[in-house]
Write a protein that binds this ligand. Structure first.
Ligand code: RFL
Ligand code: PHB
Length: 389
């Protein structure tokens, strides 16, 4: 089989890139290790920056999001029983869109199917070959048959556990990592959200987040031990613990119900450099991970896709390699700023096992500074709504 761009990974990065390329008349094949049902069953991101919203429109898949998503002009920050609001609209003129990654992925698959884009599910043993030459290719097994996909370029959109990053020789890549000493226990429940905007809560019992997918579907998280097991938590224990961590006014109105999904996510900051090896380009979680505080993972994947799409578009329009040559540098410049924000916001909101009394005072002082300083709020809002591409 031959295509122009072979895309490894059928998550949001790979699908968005495929749709943008399709709109430009550039052919791609997506290979995905899992089934479509598995990919659509993962509950992940919920907050989209305007940059990503714009890309979804550009890819022709923005209609359902526009109708069913919710624009948020601000967020609440809670600490020591009080709450204050960061007004995104006032400080940046922008808002964020609350629309689930699951729905966005569903829209992208529907568009790919409608445009008869080729997607191979449940591929095994995928390997990237000759990326450093002008004739890269993939080898894999699909439905029991060995296959080869020849291409001009490979997009490595296969997430943190994929093969793309590891196909770069170890002496050619530099990895930077911080693992946080806790995780997030998240549940999805068919209940109305406790508040019409998100609440990020710093409490002495640990962090909590009240989020949502729509007016009848809520997503809540509490900081937990990184090695904890979701089966250790029944729904009542979860709701009790959440209530203890959020301000009384929210706890009193919290509507609880059975969990539809319950899982624990570890927290990690990770970046690999460079994001290119010859004709293979890394995108999204394959190249970098942020802790979810601040909702930057999917959004940063989207900005990578934007830069890579521009490079590929220019190459196919005129043979100009400049955009592709600059891809890694442009993407990493924005990635590191987003890493900084996610690291800062995580440090501000969580309890650390080895935190001293002084460290706690510093956290509370930083929260009070954020509450009282319009300049600090503006800086926070700028990062939260998304840095420009
Ligand atoms: P994905 O989504 O991991 O998709 C990669 C795909 O590649 C496939 N794959 C392979 N395919 C073929 N061959 C192989 N060898 C392969 N190896 C892997 C995988 O099966 C998979 O389908 O990466 P992508 O596309 O880069 O997208 C990244 C986002 O999924 C991720 O950054 C976000 O979900 C992070 N995240 C959030 N991001 C936000 O922007 N806003 C949020 O509100 C937000 N909340 C979250 C999150 C992540 C969370 N977890 C569970 C880590 C909340 C949570 C709890
Ligand atoms: C979510 O709704 O899943 C969500 C929202 C905001 C975050 C992280 C996750 O910072």
């Amino acid at each position: 089989m031959r295509t122009q761009v072979a895309i490894v990974g059928g998550g949001p990065s790979g699908l968005l890139l495929g749709q943008l390329l399709h709109k430009q008349g550039i052919d791609s094949v997506v290979i995905e290790r899992r089934s479509q049902a598995h990919v659509l069953g993962r509950i992940r991101a919920g907050v989209l920056e305007q940059g990503l919203v714009g890309l979804l429109h550009q890819a022709g898949v923005g209609n359902r999001m526009e109708n069913e998503g919710f624009l948020h002009d601000g967020t609440m920050i809670a600490h020591e029983g009080q709450m204050f609001r960061i007004d995104f609209a006032e400080h940046t003129g922008k808002s964020v869109m609350v629309y689930g990654q699951t729905e966005l992925t569903r829209d992208l698959y529907a568009a790919r199917d409608a445009s008869e884009g080729k997607t191979l599910f449940e591929v095994e043993d995928a390997a990237i070959r000759d990326a450093e030459t002008e004739k890269p290719y993939l080898t894999l097994t699909h439905q029991g048959k060995a296959m080869r996909i020849d291409c001009d370029f490979i997009a490595g959109c296969d997430g943190y556990h994929g093969i793309s990053r590891k196909s770069i020789p170890a002496d050619k890549r530099h990895e930077y990592e911080k693992v946080y000493p806790f995780g997030w226990l998240g549940i999805l429940s068919a209940t109305p959200p406790v508040n019409d905007e998100l609440i990020y809560a710093n409490s002495e019992r640990g962090f909590a987040l009240c989020s949502m997918r729509n007016d009848q579907l809520s997503r809540y998280y509490i900081q937990c031990d990184a090695l904890d097991d979701p089966d250790n938590w029944n729904d009542d224990d979860f709701w009790d613990e959440l209530r203890r961590r959020i301000p009384e006014e929210a706890a009193d109105t919290l509507v609880t119900g059975p969990s539809i999904e319950k899982s624990i996510a570890p927290l990690r900051s990770f970046v690999t450099e460079p994001m290119r090896w010859g004709r293979m380009f890394l995108c999204g979680d394959a190249a970098h991970i942020v802790p979810p505080t601040g909702a930057k993972g999917l959004n940063t994947a989207a900005s990578d896709v934007h830069y890579l799409f521009e490079g590929l578009r220019d190459f196919y329009a005129s043979g100009d390699m400049q955009g592709l040559d600059q891809y890694s540098g442009r993407a990493l410049d924005r990635v590191w700023k987003t890493e900084r924000f996610s690291w800062w916001f995580s440090n501000l909101m969580h309890r650390y096992p080895d935190q001293s009394a002084f460290d706690q005072k510093m956290q509370l002082a930083e929260l009070a500074f954020l509450r009282d300083s319009p300049e600090a709020q503006a800086a926070m809002a700028r990062s939260y709504v998304g840095l420009p591409y």
